[in-house]
Design a protein around this ligand. Structure first.
Ligand SMILES: C[S@@+](CC[C@H](N)C(=O)[O-])C[C@H]1O[C@@H](n2cnc3c(N)ncnc32)[C@H](O)[C@@H]1O
Length: 215
């Protein structure tokens, strides 16, 4: 191999190394951009929530809202939506007489949208949307609880609800049921299905299964 050939080989190798480096930069840039979109637009405010407890925003449709409200028909007392999104369930619950009606949400864009929707619906100042982590709020004075959350968080959520809710509380879960609880009623089909759980019954069932289980 003469000097000219060696020179050519060196140039080719350099070209390849640059290509690899370029690719690496591109991948890092794309990853960073995706993270920026996720952190700033889709999940802002979630920095302190452990990854396995994070639930993305998927608004409930009109049928899902109607089904959740049907399961709260005739009830009274404080209503909360855990992860209230754009506030649609809270506003609807208020219109149906549940007071106070409160939404807990961490995404500041959705909180702004909720307040705008409340103003548009004529219940500005009558419903509350609070920037609070649903895992950290105390639920001991809540009698009507709605949630449209992912199946992955149902088990830790069940433990929290059992520990905090009063016996008279009713929990309405949309899209996915609590796998270890028996609902007192259910309505709808497929992803529109909603399940109602009365805490007194849920507690009694949990207690009798604990008593029946071998020591
Ligand atoms: C599937 S969406 C449901 C939104 C609304 N409830 C509805 O049915 O239209 C779940 C919502 O929970 C919110 N969320 C998730 N984790 C939360 C947390 N730890 N604290 C407060 N909100 C949370 C998300 O930002 C998202 O808006």
């Amino acid at each position: 191999m003469d000097a000219e050939e060696l020179d050519e080989l060196a140039q080719r190798l350099q070209g390849r190394a640059l290509g690899g480096w370029g690719l690496l930069q591109l991948a890092a840039g794309t990853g960073l951009a995706a993270y920026a979109v996720w952190a700033a637009v889709l999940m802002p405010g979630f920095r302190r929530v452990p990854l396995h407890l994070q639930v993305p925003y998927v608004p409930s449709n009109a049928q899902q809202v109607a089904n959740a409200m049907a399961l709260l028909e005739g009830r009274s007392g404080k209503m909360v939506d855990l992860g209230s999104g754009d506030g649609r369930l809270v506003i609807e619950a208020y219109k149906r007489g549940l007071r106070p009606a409160v939404g807990y949400e961490l995404n500041p864009w959705l909180l702004r949208l909720s307040k705008y929707r409340a103003w548009k619906a004529g219940c500005d100042g009558k419903v509350s949307f609070l920037k609070q982590d649903l895992w950290k709020v105390n639920l001991s004075d809540c009698y009507n609880v709605t949630m449209f959350l992912a199946p992955s968080v149902k088990s830790p959520l069940a433990a929290k609800l059992l520990a905090e809710l009063p016996d008279e509380a009713r929990v309405v879960a949309g899209r996915f049921p609590f796998p270890s609880w028996t609902p007192s009623s259910t309505i709808g089909k497929g992803l529109d299905q909603a399940w109602a759980y009365d805490m007194k019954e849920v507690r009694q069932a949990a207690q009798s299964s604990a008593e029946g289980s071998p020591v």
